[in-house]
Design a protein around this ligand. Structure first.
Ligand code: SF4
Ligand code: SF4
Length: 411
């Protein structure tokens, strides 16, 4: 009889248990969870196998398992588990650990996993904003520091878009670099764990960029925006609405921010092709979109919080520190954004500038936390959607065209 020995990764088990998966060892493999899970498939049922792999400390197997990311923590499995092993919460803990695993440097992941760390990061953001504004006031604008004397209040007198760009663009470059490395390693791991045909077992198998975008990324984004999987979740189907509000608000605010960046920073401030576009009148379509996005952000947060509170009360869902950190950080971004606008319009100088500084600091922290906190699920789950579609085509033989060139090559 053939025997196989395994080397349990005890630190992996410990980390999952400490991140909210402390019930994992109660599982006795009855498979009820995989049967009731509305998102599990016949070809690759979950979460029973992930419970076993985690009990055994098979960190590599779990890292290569794309199914972990297809779970939406609806809690249906937790409701029916006869051992109260809470598989939905265990999978959530596995995802949090995976984000930390793929993020470098690790000290930032540690910082963003504790409420005190995030509060410290916001203070650091405030100091950075003030430092940049101070340099700007001393060298360029020569206004009174920290707050300009001029009325009516115009935030670009406090700090022009150029120093804001310096602060935020450098952060964006850093975040994209960390995410690129994380997603690349993630893709390699799930490729290795997906039992792809031998010809695809190169170190980094990916389809050509055109096929990747049109064949897999666009359909995945369409599915994410439709929230079709969320809506299948029995216990938390109504969470889909709040989550949809959040996703749409991020898209709206992303477009608005880029519009301002291109029109104001590039065409006005840098190239002098057009005049200033900010501050915009309230009726301006971009301003209207920004306000709608901000309100949707706050409403979405409260809807998600309401569902979480209800399910926590019922015992079907456990929320970790990381869940609450993300919810409150997003809320802080929305509330300070709207607050600074209201105080600017009402000319309450004592509040408008401090709230604006807090808003910039919160946005900076949210950006910076993307690869290191639960916020990263946005990227890793989207990647998992793309991978799942591509892997299905590879296994069924549909994804062969043009792929062979890139198989096994390092990118
Ligand atoms: S997690 Fe619960 S339902 Fe799932 S296999 Fe284990 S004991 Fe059964
Ligand atoms: S939490 Fe929901 S989606 Fe996740 S494994 Fe359990 S039943 Fe499936």
């Amino acid at each position: 009889m053939q025997t196989q020995s395994i080397q349990p990764d005890l630190s992996f088990i410990r980390n999952v248990m400490q991140s909210g998966g402390d019930t994992v060892k109660r599982c006795y493999q009855c498979a009820t969870c995989s049967v009731v899970c509305p998102l599990s498939t016949d070809e690759s049922p979950f979460p029973r196998k992930e419970m076993l792999w985690t009990q055994w400390g098979l960190a590599g197997k779990v890292a290569g398992d794309v199914d972990v990311w297809l779970c939406h923590q609806c809690g249906d499995c937790t409701t029916y588990c006869p051992r109260d092993a809470r598989p939905g919460d265990v999978l959530s803990a596995i995802r949090l650990n995976a984000i930390r695993y793929y993020a470098e440097p690790k000290f930032l992941a540690d910082m963003f996993s504790s409420p005190m760390g995030v509060i410290g990061a916001v203070f650091l953001g405030i100091i950075l904003v003030l430092a940049v504004a101070g340099v700007w006031a001393a060298l360029v604008s020569h206004h009174a520091f920290p707050f300009p004397e001029e009325t009516p209040i115009e935030f670009h007198n406090f700090m022009s878009v150029i120093p804001i760009d310096v602060l935020f663009l450098s952060t964006v470059v850093f975040v994209l670099y960390v995410l690129y490395n994380g997603v690349k390693n993630f893709w390699m791991d799930i490729s290795a764990g997906a039992n792809l045909p031998k010809s695809y077992s190169g170190t980094y198998p990916v389809p050509p960029i055109g096929t990747l975008v049109t064949g897999y990324i666009i359909p995945a984004v369409q599915e994410i925006i439709a929230h079709s999987r969320f809506k299948k979740c029995g216990q938390t189907a109504d969470r889909a609405t709040g989550h949809l509000y959040l996703v749409l608000s991020f898209i709206i605010l992303f477009i608005v921010t880029n519009f301002v960046f291109i029109a104001e920073d590039l065409f006005h401030a840098a190239l002098h092709i057009i005049g200033p576009v900010t501050p915009m009148p309230q009726w301006h379509p971009v301003k209207l979109a920004a306000n709608i996005g901000g309100i949707m952000l706050i409403v979405g947060v409260f809807m998600i919080k309401g569902v979480r509170d209800r399910l926590t009360e019922k015992g079907t869902l456990k929320s970790s520190d990381q869940d609450w950190i993300l919810i409150w950080l997003i809320f802080a971004v929305g509330a300070t954004g709207l607050g600074s606008e209201i105080f600017r319009l009402t000319q309450v100088k004592q509040l408008a500038y401090p709230v604006y500084i807090l808003h910039l600091a919160c946005v900076w922290v949210l950006f910076l936390s993307l690869p290191f906190s639960k916020f990263g699920h946005l990227v890793y789950r989207s990647t998992a959607y793309v991978f799942e579609k591509w892997a299905a085509d590879v296994k069924s033989g549909k994804a062969g065209f043009g792929l062979e060139k890139s198989v096994g090559s390092e990118h």
